[in-house]
Ligand binder design. Structure first.
Ligand SMILES: [Zn+2]
Length: 332
């Protein structure tokens, strides 16, 4: 499905079968000299077919098309190498471009990390094999044109500024068009779903980064948000407030769990958290959902650790978390 949003700006709906995200919004901006595709869909047949049909309907010549990747997740970057023609510039942040080009080494490192979170060892192999980010990743390696805060791209009469919005991934980028007040949000702000915030290294604090990035976007004047998934929307202020309240409630839930039943590892914390999924118990969640849940629990635990509300101690290769004092009501 292709929809015209504004003159020369189009949305292509790329299906993501059997995935709770349902579909990806890939945007095309047609320009005189060169076109720009923003995000691509996964490296899988269904996405490829929809992408080819969309580009054909818009009469887009890939030989004159560059690609902007908001972040490294496979639903946004999976087809980047396949769509890229020799002259194409592939724009991405330094951090996320490195991950796309890192190949399989990344997944080994993730296993080691998830062991510290208490994810069951015997399920590592299946967790990776079934992970959509692994199954449908961009395969290959190509140089990216690295973009950062304040860099601008001009296409189709629009001037797009890069806005660094770390949190959902370390190198997540949004694009802001100041004249029309358009905001290409990637997965930073979604209206109908909550972007996943996961921890993959104890050296970073992605939830704190995410909340900071929400505040940054809150300072922009925005007329229309063009998100990576689901419907376009206006007035992101209300949604930003909801997302902040969501993470505050999540952090409070984690603290309550630890105060009542800690110390425990992150996998066990995740098993006590409430999840919007139709399964009788945490053990019945599909493996990838338990993997995401553990990553999300870890992001909240790390956030709480950094503000000294949670303590982390090593016990045989796994970290145990505890809440040394009663939950505070003012967290975020
Ligand atoms: Zn994403």
């Amino acid at each position: 499905m292709v929809e015209e949003i504004l003159p020369e700006i189009y949305r292509m709906e790329i299906p993501l079968p059997n995935n709770p995200l349902k579909s990806l919004n890939s945007y095309v901006i047609k320009g005189g000299e060169r076109n720009l595709i923003i995000d691509t869909g996964m490296n899988r047949k269904e996405c490829r077919i929809a992408m080819e049909a969309g580009l054909a309907a818009l009469d887009v010549d890939l030989e004159r098309t560059d690609i902007f990747i908001t972040h490294m997740h496979a639903d946004h970057s999976g087809l980047v190498f396949e769509l890229a023609r020799p002259a194409a510039k592939l724009y991405c942040s330094r951090e996320d471009a490195a991950i796309i080009n890192a190949g399989d080494s990344l997944w080994g490192a993730m296993q080691v990390f998830m062991q510290t979170g208490g994810f069951p060892r015997e399920e590592f192999a299946a967790a990776i094999r079934k992970h959509p980010g692994y199954k449908y990743r961009a395969v290959g390696e190509k140089p990216f044109t690295i973009v950062k805060e304040g860099d601008t791209l001009e296409v189709g009469g629009y001037r797009l500024s890069c806005l660094e919005t770390p949190g959902h991934t370390r190198g997540h980028l949004c694009l802001y068009e100041a004249e029309q007040k358009l905001f290409f949000a990637g997965d930073h702000i979604l209206r109908d779903i909550t972007p996943n915030i996961s921890l993959w290294s104890y050296r970073v604090n992605p939830l704190a980064e995410y909340l900071g990035s929400l505040d940054r976007v809150g300072g922009c004047e925005i007329r229309l948000v063009l998100p990576g998934h689901r419907k376009l929307f206006s007035d992101p202020g209300e949604r930003i407030a909801e997302l902040k309240a969501h993470h505050r409630a999540r952090a409070e839930e984690v603290l309550r769990i630890l105060a009542e039943a800690g110390p425990m590892d992150a996998y066990r914390v995740a098993s006590f958290m409430t999840w919007d999924i139709d399964c009788p118990s945490f053990r019945d969640f599909p493996i990838p959902q338990r993997w995401f849940a553990t990553g999300e629990a870890l992001a909240h635990l790390k956030y709480l650790e950094e503000i000294s509300l949670v303590k982390r101690e090593e016990a045989g290769g796994t970290y145990l978390f505890s809440a040394p004092r009663r939950p505070s009501s003012v967290l975020l």
